[in-house]
Ligand binder design. Structure first.
Ligand SMILES: Nc1nc2c(ncn2[C@@H]2O[C@H](COP(=O)(O)OP(=O)(O)OP(=O)(O)O)[C@@H](O)[C@H]2O)c(=O)[nH]1
Length: 206
């Protein structure tokens, strides 16, 4: 029988652990048992992503043994907050491969703090990080905005424009026409916006 899991990823402090504990409580309420595995290697001991990656990779055997003992068929993996682990270092990809071999069906859940999503340039940064994680891991992927309760009324309204964004328009608004150095970047921003808009039109098959 296959088991199911979510890799809960996202930048440090974005709300991964809060999401896991809320999901855990929600499942308790609906009488479903799930298991949360904390993969964050005590961040205070590692402020260097590759080191954390190695530490993590060296413990795959341990993780495999632990998972064999867990009877629940739904596992949330609370992942480290260093986004480099998803985009630059192969460790998360190796984890996905190991879980696939163990007959897990895995989905990526990428948590982004909504406070960083209401300015066009920060939106681009968050979106590209989420996108490169998705491209790197090659698993079904869902983006979730956290901390909506902290947004002002105005920010909540602004956020609506980012749910189905017209990126070229949003980026254009952010850059002041009078400022010459901003002008230099306008073209670059427009190209990135077009590339991302086109990428979202691709139909993934097979
Ligand atoms: N108001 C509010 N606070 C939140 C929400 N989600 C998370 N927080 C707070 O944000 C802080 C960071 O949340 P965590 O869940 O620890 O974030 P994390 O992504 O696991 O952090 P790292 O383990 O450091 O990568 C904590 O103080 C949480 O209480 C939310 O939806 N609303």
């Amino acid at each position: 029988m296959p088991r199911y899991g979510q890799l809960v990823m996202g930048p440090a402090g974005s709300g991964k652990s809060t999401y896991c504990s809320n999901m855990f409580r929600h499942c308790e309420n609906i009488r479903r048992t799930i298991h949360v595995v904390n993969l964050d290697p005590a961040a205070e001991h590692f402020d260097y992503p590759v080191l954390a990656g190695r530490y993590f990779a060296q413990n795959f055997d341990w993780l495999q043994e632990e998972l064999d003992e867990v009877e629940d068929d739904y596992i949330l993996f609370d992942c480290p907050g260093q986004v480099e682990l998803y985009t630059h270092v192969p460790v998360m990809k190796q984890l996905v491969e190991m879980l696939h071999k163990m007959d897990f069906r895995i989905c990526g859940v990428f948590i982004i703090d909504s406070q960083f999503m209401i300015e066009a340039s920060k939106f681009v940064s968050g979106m590209l990080t989420a996108l490169s994680t998705m491209v790197n891991l090659e698993i079904p992927h869902v983006n979730i905005m956290s901390k909506l309760d902290l947004l002002s009324k105005k920010a909540k309204k602004d956020l609506e424009r980012y749910l189905e964004p017209e990126l070229p328009v949003l980026l254009n608004e952010e850059f002041d026409d009078e400022n010459k150095s901003n002008q230099k970047f306008k073209k670059l921003n427009a190209s990135i916006a077009t590339m991302v808009s086109n990428a979202s039109l691709f139909d993934v098959k097979g």
